[in-house]
Design a protein around this ligand. Structure first.
Ligand SMILES: [Fe+2]
Length: 382
């Protein structure tokens, strides 16, 4: 066994953690902060609450982050952070806001257009210190090396271990006002991160232990958080599970997110819904390739772990499909609106644009087209 793990982010977790953000910012040398967020966070007062908690650190707002942010937004936040003497960047919101804050911290000290950083490990200078404040329980972006950007309609990534935030303040209180639809989509995203990282051939004992506990927490709490948004225990568990997903993501993911990317923009699906649709099929299709690990995955889902791996995988996939159905997340590509005639083209896009070298199952365009057809029909078998 051989693996690397690197996570330099200081973490404050729990109800009331937001009170610690001023001290964290000052400890990082922050005197003048750029708060990167979106207009919803400003309107709902959450950005204001963070600003207040930053006592003693002056704060200016960049509130132009959009869902699935385009590279132009990354450029706009870069222009803003470079134009004035900020010494710390704070990201407040879901994955999009945190991703743009991470990019801003990197582009503040590294010259060049935002587009030239799309790819892996292209930052050379140490970024500005950064603190992430998630307001959803989903992406785990507060603990990951990745910032997703949309370039010419396609999902691309800016990856660098230098983008790992200096600190993350995870206060479940900030997730309490999420409406059910957002709770469902972001919670499915967290489930996908944990499951896909667990199925990855780059998984390690560290990522596996985080992923299994993340899955266990989600299976026990996501439906409650969706049904009763005021349930503090469920919200707290979901915030922790999203963090587990961020920790697990160093194992990278399998094809679920790739499939999600091919349908997200076309069908205007929230990120967590787009990767949630393929999730049950990922579990059942990978079960034999991941046979030695499928029993522990089944246990985390509360499913009988004993038996033929293919059958166990089908039962776990069925359980995941049941959770998606409870959350009103579509479970077939047909429901999403994919036309039967487009399946082969989407499958081709999936394997060419979003390959997964760490997938224990190898797909070509033809075998992926078969999987797309089964996902269209709702057939969990591989
Ligand atoms: Fe995701």
């Amino acid at each position: 066994m051989k693996f690397h793990y690197f996570l330099p982010t200081k973490l404050a977790f729990g109800f009331g953690a937001l009170d610690e953000i001023g001290a964290e910012a000052k400890a990082l040398g922050g005197t003048r902060a750029l708060l990167v967020t979106d207009r919803v966070m400003v309107k709902t007062g959450i950005a204001g609450r963070v600003e207040e908690s930053l006592k003693g650190v002056s704060c200016e707002l960049f509130d132009e982050v959009e869902a699935e942010p385009r590279i132009e937004v990354a450029q706009a936040v870069a222009d803003r952070v470079r134009a004035a003497g900020y010494d710390i960047v704070i990201g407040v919101g879901g994955g999009s806001s945190m991703d743009m804050a991470k990019v801003a911290s990197g582009l503040a000290t590294n010259p060049g257009p935002a587009k030239s950083f799309v790819g892996n490990n292209l930052f050379t200078k140490k970024p500005l210190p950064s603190i992430m404040v998630p307001t959803t329980a989903g992406t785990g972006a507060e603990l990951t090396v990745t910032s997703m950007v949309t370039v010419d309609g396609h999902k691309q990534w800016i990856n660098s271990s230098l983008l790992l935030p200096s600190a993350a303040v995870v206060d479940p209180e900030l997730t309490m006002s999420m409406p059910p639809g957002v709770t469902a989509a972001t919670g499915m995203d967290a489930l996908c991160h944990n499951v896909e990282a667990y199925l990855s051939s780059a998984a390690s004992p560290i990522t596996d232990s985080a992923a299994l506990e993340g899955i266990r927490l989600i299976v026990a709490n996501l439906e409650t958080a969706f049904d009763s948004g005021g349930d503090r225990k469920a919200r707290e568990a979901m915030s922790a599970a999203a963090l587990m997903g961020g920790i697990a993501l160093q194992a990278r993911m399998v094809y679920g997110h790739s499939i999600g990317y091919t349908i997200a923009t076309r069908f205007r699906l929230p990120h967590g819904v787009s990767c949630g649709v393929p999730l049950p099929y990922m579990i059942s299709n990978y079960a034999v390739a991941c046979a030695p690990k499928i029993g522990r995955l089944a246990e985390a889902f509360g499913v009988d772990p004993d038996g033929d791996p293919a059958d166990v995988g089908l039962a776990v996939g069925e359980r995941a499909r049941g959770i998606a159905a409870h959350l009103k997340v579509p479970t077939t590509l047909k429901e999403v609106g994919v036309a039967e005639g487009d399946l082969a083209a989407l499958a081709e896009e999936c394997v060419t644009m979003y390959p997964r070298p760490n997938s224990p199952l190898v797909f070509d365009a033809k075998s992926m087209a078969g999987l797309y057809r089964r996902m269209w029909e709702g057939d969990l078998r591989s």
